[in-house]
Design a protein around this ligand. Sequence first.
Ligand code: SF4
Ligand code: SF4
Length: 162
Amino acid sequence: MPQLPGLVKGLGVTFRTMLKPNVTVQYPHVKEEPTPRARGVIALKEENCTACMLCARECPDWCIYIEGHKYLAPPRREGGSPRQKNALDRFDIDYALCMYCGICVEVCPFEALFWSPEFEYGEHRIADLLHDKERLGEWMKTVPDFEAYEAGSEMKPKKVPR
Ligand code: SF4
Ligand code: SF4
């Protein structure tokens, strides 16, 4: 019986595992809270977006679709020239393609994209995973508040050589 010691050892592992507390969460009947900084879904703060296209250009999956148009805004001061500005017409993210790398959130220079820990937005039709700017804007309600930097981790002002 050369297999017997191995069999006993295997059964020992099985019994030990059976006696351990159950760690499997029975989703969706039980929900585990994701950590506040989890990459669940990307939220868009539309008023901050200037339609600069930087996020769409840097996205490795090409899954951000932006359309905008230019318009002339009134001058800041009396007698000044009108200012050329961009208006956002379309901002979609296709979550069927997104790989949650976070590059778009990192590169946005205008603080218009944020991570939300929400993850329950599965769809029956893959086409419905395309979120438009209204839907991306609604995710803003679920973005956690910004946590203060840990003491000593703030960026120090650079010394300018004289
Ligand atoms: S997280 Fe990455 S893949 Fe997804 S939209 Fe942003 S840049 Fe593209
Ligand atoms: S989300 Fe940010 S990077 Fe993307 S178009 Fe708007 S302002 Fe530019």
